[in-house]
Design a protein around this ligand. Structure first.
Ligand code: BGC
Length: 734
C-alpha cells in the first residue's frame, strides 16, 4: 500500500512538473525545439496588428518584434565591408556613439581579387563577429552584382565581372557570417549594375544572360550558402521594380531556389502595396521618414506594408495567408539569429580581426606592371623614397554611400611606408587635391593645383624612387553610390601630374586605390603599377608589406581593364544599352560581359580578367584530365603541375577555362570554370588537381528555359589569366 502511495505521488509530481515546464516555456522560446515548430506556435499567438507591424521598418535600420511575446526586434546594419556606425532612429546621420568604431575590411573587389575562397570564409567569419558584437542580426551584404561597366559607382562593393568567381567567393562569405547567428542580406537582387537612374531604370535582359551571368552568384548564396535574407534591388526588371518583382522573387528565388529566408527591400525600393503583398517582398525598409524617397513627412505606419496592408487584410482584399507567409519568414530569421541556441558573443576590433583584414588585403593587391623588377623596394635599398598623391593620406574608409565606415583606426599608405622604411627615408608631397565640393562639380583652382604639382616635382627630383598613391576616392562620381562615374579617366588632374613627375624620376610606381578600372595614358612611362583597391583599416600595412617584398603579391583582376571605355561591351552599344533612354535599358551585349566580350570579339584589353604578376615566376605543366569522355553527371578531374621557377616564395592563382567548340547557340570564347590559389616555395613543384562538374559546362537555353548540356567536344585550358593560356585539352561529353 505504502509503495502504491509513493508511486502515485511520484507520477503526480512528474505530471505536474511537465505541465509546469510547458507552462513556463512555450515552444517558440525553447531553443531546443525545431525552428518550424517554434515559428508555427509564435504565429498562432500573434494578432493581425502584430503580424503587420513586423513587415515594415520601425526606424532607419530596425523592424519590430513582438514585445508582448518576448520576440525581439530585427536590427540590420551595413555592410558589406565593416559594421556601420549607429545612426539616429529616423536619420542617416551618425548618432555620436563612442563604442561603435569598427574594423574596416578590404572592399569586396579586393576580396574577389584574392581568388581565394578561404579568404572569403575568413572575411565572413570576422565581419560576422563584429556584427554580432554590435547586436545586429542582419548584415546588409555581401553585394554580388556583376561588374558590367567600369562606370558603376558601386563596383567596389561587388565581386567583379565573372559569375563563377563571385559564386565561389560568396558562398564561404555567407557561411562565415552566419555561423555567428547573424544573417547575411545578399544584395542587390538583381541587375543593380549601375547607379545612374538606379531607382528608375528598367532593365530588359534575356533569360539567358539573366541565368548565365546575373543570377549565379545569388543562386549560389541561396542554394549553397543558405543565405537567411536577400535585398531587392532599386531598379526594374521587365517593367516591375525588383523589390516586388514576380519573376525574380516568387518564381525564381522562392520557387526554383526554394529560398526560405526574408526578402528585405532596399531602402526606399518599394512602390506599391499590391505588388509588395503578392510579389514576394517580406520586409519593407526605408520608404520614408527621411528615407530615400521623401523628406521625412510620412510615418512608418504609412509604409506600403503597414496600414495600407492592414486595411487590405481587414477588408478581405488580401488573405491572411499573405501576411502569415511573410511573418513566418521573419520569425524564422529571428529564431535563426537572435533567438538561436548557442548564439556566440562576437568580437569587435580584435587583433585577430586586424590580422585577417591585413592578410585579405595582401592577398588581393594586384601587381599590374613591374618593368626591370623595380619592385620590390627592399628595405635599405633606396635612401630616398618619395610618396606622392592625396590617397597616401586620405581616409578611404569614408565615403561611397551606405558602405562608409567610422573606424577604430586606419593605417594610411604613408603611415605604412613610414613604418616600413623609416622617417629618414621618406619624402612626402600631396601632389594633387580632390575636392569635397565634388558634388557641386567645382574643380580645384588651377593655381592651387599648379603649386601642388611643382612642389611634388621638386620632391620627385630629390628621390631615388617615387611611389605615387592616387586613383579614385569614394567622393560622389568617384566610386560612390547615387550616380556613376562619367569617364574612365583619373580625376583631379592626376594624369597630368604623373606625366610631369615621370619626366624627373623614372623609377616610378603608380599605386591605384579604386574599385574600378581607370584609363592609363601614362602606362608606358611608368615602371610599375599596383592595383591597391580600398583596403580598409590595414591598408598602409598591407601595401607596405607588398611594396617592400615582405609579402609577394598574388592578387588577380576580378574584372577587365579596357583600353578605352568604348571597348566595354555595354557601352559599345550606345545609350540604349547604357545608361538607358527614358528609363529603358536593353542589355544588348547579352551574355558577353567582361572577358567573355573581349575574348569573343578579339578586342585586346589593357589588362585582362584574371591577370596579376608576382615577384617570382611560375611554370605551368600541360593540362590533363582523368578521362577523355564524360557523361553529364560525371565530374571532370583536371590536373597539371605548377613550379615556382623564380627566386622568391609566392602564391599563384591558377585558372581553368572551358569552351564548347560547336554549339546550337553561340557561346563565349571561354568561361572560367575552376581556380585555386597555390603557395610554392622557391623551386617547389606541385601537381594541382581541380574538379569541374560536367553539368557546369551547360548553357541556358532561352527557348526551352532549361540549362542544356550538349554532346560534343569541349576544350579545357589552364591559364594564368583569361589572356594567358598555358595549354589545352579536348574532352568529349556524351
Ligand atoms: C543601399 C543599400 C544599403 C541601404 C541601407 C541603400 O541606399 O542601396 O545597399 O544597404 O541603403 O543603408
Amino acid at each position: 500500500m505504502r509503495l502504491i502511495r509513493i508511486v502515485f505521488a511520484g507520477v503526480l509530481c512528474l505530471i505536474l512538473s511537465v505541465n509546469l515546464t510547458n507552462a513556463q516555456k512555450p515552444i517558440y522560446l525553447d531553443v531546443n525545439q525545431p525552428i518550424e515548430k517554434r515559428v508555427d506556435q509564435a504565429l498562432s499567438l500573434m494578432t493581425l496588428e502584430e503580424k503587420v507591424a513586423m513587415c515594415h521598418a520601425q526606424s532607419k535600420f530596425s523592424s519590430k518584434g513582438v514585445p508582448r511575446l518576448g520576440i525581439p526586434e530585427v536590427w540590420m546594419d551595413d555592410g558589406p565591408h565593416g559594421i556601420r556606425e549607429e545612426v539616429y532612429w529616423d536619420k542617416w546621420s551618425g548618432a555620436g556613439w563612442t563604442n561603435d568604431s569598427c574594423t574596416a575590411f578590404p572592399a569586396l573587389t579586393c576580396l574577389a581579387a584574392s581568388f581565394n575562397s578561404q579568404m572569403a570564409f575568413n572575411y565572413g567569419t570576422i565581419i560576422g563577429e563584429e556584427a554580432r558584437y554590435r547586436n545586429k542580426n542582419v548584415l546588409l551584404g555581401p553585394g554580388v552584382n556583376i561588374y558590367r561597366t567600369p562606370l558603376n559607382g558601386r563596383n567596389f562593393e561587388y565581386m567583379g565581372e565573372d559569375p563563377y568567381l563571385s559564386s565561389r567567393m560568396v558562398v564561404p562569405y555567407v557561411q562565415g557570417v552566419q555561423q555567428n547567428s547573424v544573417a547575411v542580406c545578399v544584395k542587390h537582387f538583381a541587375l543593380n549594375n549601375q547607379e545612374t537612374n538606379r531607382m528608375g531604370v528598367n532593365v530588359m535582359v534575356s533569360d539567358r544572360a539573366l541565368n548565365e551571368i546575373y543570377l549565379p552568384a545569388f543562386k549560389a548564396a541561396v542554394t549553397e550558402g543558405k543565405a537567411w535574407s536577400i535585398m531587392g534591388a532599386y531598379n526594374q526588371l521587365r517593367g516591375q521594380h525588383c523589390c516586388h518583382n514576380d519573376l525574380l522573387l516568387n518564381k525564381i528565388l522562392k520557387g526554383e531556389w526554394k529560398f526560405d529566408g526574408v526578402v528585405i527591400s532596399d531602402w526606399g525600393g518599394v512602390h506599391s502595396t499590391d505588388e509588395a503583398v503578392t510579389n514576394g517582398l517580406d520586409l519593407e525598409m526605408g520608404t520614408s521618414t527621411n528615407g530615400l524617397t521623401t523628406d521625412g513627412t510620412a510615418p512608418y505606419s504609412e509604409y506600403y506594408l503597414a496600414n495600407p496592408f492592414l486595411r487590405g487584410l481587414k477588408s478581405g482584399k488580401y488573405a491572411e495567408t499573405a501576411v502569415n507567409e511573410k511573418v513566418r519568414r521573419i520569425l524564422r530569421l529571428i529564431f535563426r539569429t537572435t533567438m538561436s541556441a548557442n548564439r556566440p558573443f562576437g568580437k569587435f576590433v580584435s587583433p585577430e580581426h586586424s590580422e585577417t583584414a591585413r592578410k585579405i588585403a595582401e592577398n588581393g593587391i594586384v601587381l599590374l606592371k613591374n618593368d626591370k623588377q623595380l619592385l620590390p623596394l627592399l628595405v635599405g635599398k633606396y635612401q630616398k623614397i618619395a610618396v606622392i598623391g592625396e590617397n597616401s593620406t586620405r581616409s578611404l574608409v569614408i565615403g561611397g554611400g551606405s558602405s562608409s565606415l567610422k573606424v577604430a583606426y586606419e593605417v594610411s599608405p604613408l603611415e605604412g611606408f613610414l613604418k616600413k622604411y623609416g622617417k629618414e627615408h621618406i619624402l612626402y608631397s600631396k601632389g594633387y587635391m580632390s575636392n569635397d565640393n565634388d558634388n557641386k562639380k567645382i574643380n580645384p583652382t588651377s593655381q592651387y593645383s599648379d603649386s601642388l604639382l611643382s612642389a611634388a616635382v621638386e620632391v620627385a627630383k630629390k628621390a631615388d624612387v617615387v611611389l605615387f598613391v592616387g586613383g579614385l576616392n569614394k567622393n560622389f562620381l568617384q566610386d560612390s553610390e547615387g550616380d556613376d562615374r562619367k569617364t574612365m579617366d583619373l580625376p583631379y588632374n592626376q594624369d597630368k601630374l604623373i606625366a610631369e613627375l615621370v619626366k624627373v624620376n623614372k623609377n616610378f610606381t603608380v599605386i591605384l586605390c579604386s574599385g574600378n578600372a581607370v584609363s592609363m595614358p601614362w602606362l608606358s612611362d611608368v615602371k610599375a603599377i599596383v592595383q591597391g583597391w580600398y583596403l580598409g583599416s590595414e591598408a598602409g600595412n598591407a601595401l607596405a608589406n607588398v611594396i617592400s617584398g615582405e609579402v609577394n603579391p598574388s592578387g588577380k583582376l576580378p574584372f577587365t581593364f579596357p583600353k578605352k571605355l568604348e571597348d566595354n561591351a555595354a557601352i559599345s552599344f550606345g545609350k540604349t544599352s547604357y545608361p538607358g533612354v527614358n528609363d529603358n535599358e536593353e542589355y544588348k551585349e547579352d551574355i558577353l560581359v567582361g572577358y567573355r566580350w573581349f575574348d569573343t570579339k578579339k578586342i585586346t584589353p589593357l589588362f585582362p580578367f584574371g591577370f596579376g604578376l608576382s615577384y617570382t615566376t611560375f611554370e605551368y605543366g600541360k593540362i590533363a584530365t582523368d578521362k577523355k569522355e564524360y557523361t553529364a553527371d560525371e565530374t571532370i578531374k583536371v590536373s597539371f603541375t605548377l613550379k615556382n621557377t623564380g627566386k622568391t616564395d609566392g602564391s599563384e592563382s591558377v585558372q581553368v577555362y572551358a569552351s564548347q567548340l560547336k554549339a546550337t547557340l553561340y557561346r563565349p570564347a571561354k568561361e572560367l570554370k575552376a581556380f585555386k590559389k597555390i603557395f610554392l616555395k622557391v623551386g617547389e613543384t606541385q601537381t594541382i588537381e581541380m574538379q569541374i562538374a560536367a553539368k557546369d559546362l551547360a548553357f541556358y537555353n532561352d527557348k526551352t528555359q532549361k540549362w542544356t548540356l550538349e554532346s560534343g567536344e569541349y576544350v579545357l585550358r589552364n591559364a594564368a589569366s583569361s589572356a594567358d593560356i598555358k595549354s589545352s585539352i579536348s574532352i568529349q561529353i556524351n
